[in-house]
Design a protein around this ligand. Sequence first.
Ligand code: AP5
Length: 212
Amino acid sequence: MKLLLLGPPGAGKGTQAVGMAQSLEIPHIATGNMLREAVAAQTPLGMQAQAMMAAGDLVTDDLVIGMLMDRIASPDAEGGFILDGFPRNVTQAEALAATLNENGLDAAVLVMVHDDDIVRRISGRRTCPNQHVYHTQDNPPASTDVCDIDGESLFQRDDDKEDVVRNRLEVYRDQTEPLVAFYRYLGLPIHEIDGVGSMSDIQSAILAAIIE
Ligand code: AP5
């Protein structure tokens, strides 16, 4: 199964993708996570992407498309994948369609959350260096500021600061939200899921929609 996760920053795409990947036994491929790893490792790609990410702008297509195409060509993605954070604009969507060819995507899940909730979620998000995600109130770690899974210290992402979040929302509205109409036009099934509620209820709603 080849799935797309769509939705604004902070909607809970990454949170939901972790459980979906376990249930469906396919990899969760998140370009944001891949780019943050590249920045942390200071690879040439990471060094080029760093300033664009810190500003909340999209990283240029030439950097992201090649990275994503290499990843979906990996053996573990042969049986399908969940794409989280890609495509972000029509150019990326067209590159993906050209690569997947006739064996295209099966469905998209659009996680819908209002802007007020997004700001609250992003401002409370805490992340560990291995990309495990918490929320100070809604999903706190057992021990303050320490990851339950690997014991690493939690921190706030640079692009989770208020002014950067505002820009990320604008970029989403301008460049990424139009993909919903793009995929509708192509006839891809798009499951609209209310992203407000308990994380487990949202997970059940997503799995019910895509397995139906
Ligand atoms: P990326 O990492 O993809 O960021 P994003 O799309 O903005 O998504 P987020 O990671 O902010 O949110 P999410 O929806 O995954 O929410 P989460 O589950 O964490 O991209 C970052 C940057 O990388 C971009 O700005 C760009 O620069 C670059 N980039 C990435 N891909 C690119 C591409 N294809 N092209 C160009 N540039 C690219 O949840 C958020 C918080 O809410 C957490 O604290 C969580 O615990 C909490 N939460 C989750 N669900 C619930 C719930 N149901 N109730 C209460 N709280 C909840």
